[in-house]
Design a protein around this ligand. Structure first.
Ligand code: OGA
Ligand code: NI
Length: 351
């Protein structure tokens, strides 16, 4: 509990254990504001604008692995209410947060600091994180926080909507890739996890990170980033900031969608920087395959060669956790030829 950044950081200098080495720290870099990821208007996506929207989604997913969506059908009211509830949660007194805090990896709903790897990592990330599954709702909701009092009601409503939006986008993606309708439905998108990230004001944002550079391991992520800057994506060897937009969701392609598309789409690398003025709270919904799903490139997209071999999603997660932050290494372990060159015969150490 003494680990939670939101509990100890007020008026304290940045501890040594949060200082990243010069090559990964953000420094005083000003990210270009003229460049930003595409904003896609989903209005009429089921009607006369469909072909155009499908093309925009495909292009953004190829170039950036990221885009924002507006007119997505989730009410402004629900978005605001959930942000209020998430902020309230991190503003609760320590005695309420201690109930949620846990270092037990078996606990499905827990509050933690930095990452699952806190005790083993060299440098900690400047974030507190509440995580829990959202599906099947009737099984997992009883483990969710009981305070703030409206948490369960509001977050249940948002998670249902976020899943619907994700499936809608996946349907547009499958159309763009020429896959059959419903390709990503069912087991490939069965799981839903929520991360509520909280980045308190930081005494020196140039030296630390809220989250280090990574790709999301899942299929598709739907992020409500609120109205504070912090998310940056790595594109063409430079960092670009994702502009907060009222009522928009940020959508990004996860590793599994890159693999199933046989590299036609890319999972965008991203990180989170902190700021010294205000706390930033975000909510990321991870749509993911069920753990026993078999993942492989879609047959119709393989063409000459399948870049990846078939594997079980849970094996990917194990490798992802043990090579955190090194996207090339993780993806490389699931490429077709790594089957033959003997690189991968046993499971690596678990998280
Ligand atoms: C994540 C993530 C971005 C943000 O939780 O994987 O990238 O802005 N979050 O909080
Ligand atoms: Ni992420």
């Amino acid at each position: 509990m003494e680990k939670l950044v939101s509990s100890w950081s007020k008026n304290k200098p940045l501890p040594e254990s949060y200082i990243f080495p010069p090559e990964t720290r953000p420094g005083n870099l000003i990210v270009p504001t003229c460049k930003t990821i595409p904003v896609i208007d989903l209005c009429n996506a089921e009607g006369r604008n469909r072909t155009d929207i499908v093309q925009q989604i495909l292009k953004a997913s190829q170039e950036y692995g990221f885009f924002q969506v507006v007119n997505h059908g989730i009410s402004e009211n629900l978005m605001n209410e959930s942000m209020d509830v998430f902020n309230e949660l991190f503003e609760m007194p320590d005695e309420d947060k201690v109930i949620l805090y846990s270092e037990d990896p078996k606990k499905s709903c827990r509050l933690l600091t930095s990452s699952l790897n806190y005790d083993r990592e060299k440098v900690h990330q400047w974030r507190d994180n509440l995580r829990h599954p959202c599906h099947p709702l009737q099984d997992c909701i009883k483990h969710w926080p009981q305070k703030p009092i409206r948490y369960r009601e509001v977050v249940a409503a948002l998670s249902i909507e976020a899943k619907k939006l994700g499936l809608r986008i996946l349907e547009l993606v499958s159309e763009g890739l020429g896959l059959e309708s419903g390709y990503f439905g069912d087991k490939l998108s069965e799981a839903l996890h929520l991360f509520v990230n909280h980045y308190p004001p930081c005494p020196d944002p140039s030296l630390t990170l809220g989250i280090t550079k990574h790709c999301d391991p899942n299929l598709l992520t739907i992020l409500h980033q609120g109205d504070v800057h912090g998310l940056q994506i790595f594109n063409n060897e430079e960092w670009i900031g994702v502009e907060p937009m009222p009522n928009a969701f940020v959508v990004n392609i996860g590793n599994q969608l890159q693999i199933i598309s046989n590299n036609k789409l890319k999972s965008g690398e991203h990180r989170v920087v902190t700021n010294s003025r205000v706390a930033r709270t975000t909510a990321a919904f991870f749509i993911a395959p069920s753990e026993d799903s078999i993942i492989e490139p879609a047959i119709s997209l393989v063409g000459e060669a399948s870049v990846y071999r078939a594997f079980e999603y849970k094996d990917f997660l194990l490798d992802y956790l043990s090579h955190m932050g090194n996207n090339e290494v993780v993806l490389g372990r699931f490429e077709s030829q790594s089957l033959n060159n003997g690189k991968r015969t046993t499971h690596p150490k678990g998280p």
